[in-house]
Ligand binder design. Structure first.
Ligand code: G16
Length: 529
């Protein structure tokens, strides 16, 4: 329909918002993201593609409409493949081609793709779709429905869900043995495993653990949906005080804000004890403990990865197995965490480019693969051999039983703030740790800074595969190297974001002052371009 063309693109307020025929869009770190005004025709075309993918696979495909940590005025769309993971790379290419075609080219591009991949008989093809709490969501859901209808593929509108919930639904639709394909089924799986594991967890006699947690919901979907989950987990297990429930999405709060600014989110104060933040679509989790002057001790994705890995390794010590164990990080991982993982956990962390899709892909090579980005996005994945050796084992061995249950508490389909929160709480209780104990007993972060530098065109920045060296614009990496050399034990890099129109600067050094100086000097390099 014309209303879903570039030329007649209409935004969620019903206003005409035409898109230039030659404007290009990239399938970034997590799908297409932009100002919501531009998203209608993009969602329509992606939904069409999701229908095609569903037919090709004869399975359920997911379409998630969210811009996660971005501001409320943005929105985005990503496609979820049959196993609940991110869309296959060759299909990202098709999505980019379709979205970037002009209105005139679109019908031809569609037909070419149909010839290439379409299957005529696909009775199980279905697209399941959900939105976050953004105001533009409902309008984009309609565009999605229209896009899927081109092929008469079955369409299910699941309303407002977290991104991980949608991933989970996709997996369960295609593999019913994994779980019930419903929102309630998701809550039951997590809550039941959590409560059972709680009963198999012996809190030490001298314990500093407290089940009280103050939760920053980023004013997003995490608030209503986590409340739904807590209907099945009463206060004896977890005592949650919600903050930032219904205000402006991600504004002065949420996991991204707290991680990057390293200060208290709105509506928190220094009397709060153990605190945590979700991001806008609840696929990221970070913890923090207020200190003084609005400052915090941050327990980010690296700290969560090390905590979960320590617990799993401790359980494995009591079992004779040859299961392989890997930990995946990105260049943003704090240097101390990587050193700790190597020296204390005896595992050399694998470093991959930013984006859950890259971490997930690397993690599934192991029987137990722990992957976390420093920004709090991550999970643990388990192999078929793990299923055989651990999950299908009827032994009375407590460690086997704990591993069976922790692997069910964790949402192995994708990084999930709800599931990660439950897993962290269980492990803290197991060790009898307060949030301070967790912060101090493992490793101490080296000072680090991340700066978002707005740029006109982030596509001019090109890095090497692992993202720590800038290839283009040429000559800039030499300037960065010269700055890094000025400080001892320092490390710094510049990379373009795949979700926002910014360049990210990351720096580490021995002291807070040097880290700040190094970070700001790189910021100035970007600004001078
Ligand atoms: C998305 C991705 C994450 C990535 C983050 C930032 O998170 O899923 O893997 O770390 O964007 O990416 P970039 O540095 O390219 O902007 P979310 O929570 O926004 O979906």
């Amino acid at each position: 329909p014309a209303i879903y063309s570039r030329n007649q693109n209409v935004n969620h307020n019903g206003q005409q918002s035409p898109i230039a025929q030659d404007e290009k869009f990239a399938y970034g770190t997590a799908g297409f993201r932009n100002n919501a005004d531009k998203l209608t025709f993009i969602v329509f075309r992606c939904a069409y593609l999701a229908g095609l993918r569903a037919r090709q696979q004869n399975q359920t495909i997911g379409l998630m409409i969210t811009a996660s940590h971005n501001p409320a005025c943005d929105n985005g769309v990503k496609i979820v493949d049959p196993k609940g993971d991110m869309l296959a790379a060759d299909w990202e290419k098709y999505a980019t081609e379709l979205v970037n075609s002009t209105d005139d080219q679109f019908p031809t591009a569609v037909r070419a793709l149909e010839v290439k991949v379409n299957k005529t008989f696909a009775p199980n093809a279905k697209v399941v779709c959900a939105i976050d709490t953004r105001e533009s969501g409902k309008h984009l859901m309609n565009a999605a429905k229209a896009g899927v209808a081109i092929f008469n593929v079955e369409f299910e509108n699941h309303g407002i869900l977290t991104t991980p919930q949608l991933h989970y639904l996709v997996k369960c639709n295609n593999e019913p043995s994994f779980g019930r394909p419903s929102e309630f089924g998701y809550y039951c799986t997590l809550a039941n495993a959590f409560k059972k594991l709680h009963h198999l967890t012996n809190e030490p006699e001298e314990s500093n653990y407290s089940n009280k947690l103050v939760l920053d919901c980023a004013n997003g979907v995490g608030f209503p949906r986590f409340q739904d989950l807590l209907q099945l987990i009463d206060e004896r297990y977890l005592n949650i005080e919600f903050r930032n429930e219904n205000g402006e999405l991600n504004f002065g709060c949420g996991a991204d804000f707290v991680k990057i600014s390293q200060v208290l989110p709105a509506n928190f104060n220094s009397n709060d004890e153990k605190c945590a933040s979700f991001d806008g679509d609840a696929d990221r989790l970070i913890y923090f403990k207020p200190t003084s002057d609005n400052k915090i001790n941050l327990l980010d994705g690296d700290k969560i990865a090390v905590l979960l890995a320590t617990y799993i390794k401790d359980q494995l010590k009591n079992i004779e197995t040859d299961l392989t164990f890997g930990i995946i990080q990105t260049a943003y991982a704090n240097g101390s965490s990587s050193r700790y993982i190597e020296e204390k956990l005896g595992v050399i962390p694998e470093i991959v480019p930013t984006g859950v899709k890259n971490l997930h892909h690397a993690a599934i090579k192991y029987d137990i693969g722990v992957y976390f980005e420093a920004n709090g996005h991550g999970t643990v994945v388990f192999s078929e051999k793990f299923d055989e050796v651990i999950r299908r084992n009827s032994s009375e061995n407590l460690s086997i039983q704990r591993l069976q249950l922790i692997s069910r508490v964790i949402n192995e389909v994708v990084g999930d703030a709800f599931a990660d929160l439950l897993a962290v709480e269980i492990v803290l209780r197991h060790y009898g740790w307060s949030i301070e104990d967790w912060n101090e007993k493992l490793y101490k972060d080296v000072p680090n800074i991340q700066i978002k530098v707005p740029v006109e065109d982030r596509s001019i920045f090109k890095t090497t595969w692992e993202e720590t060296t800038l290839i283009e614009p040429s000559g800039i990496q030499d300037l960065i190297n010269a700055e890094v050399e000025k400080y001892s034990n320092s490390r710094a890099f510049i990379r373009p974001s795949g979700t926002e129109n910014i360049v990210r600067v990351y720096a580490e050094a021995d002291t807070v002052e040097d880290t700040e100086k190094l970070g700001r000097s790189l910021e100035n390099i970007v600004k001078s371009l």
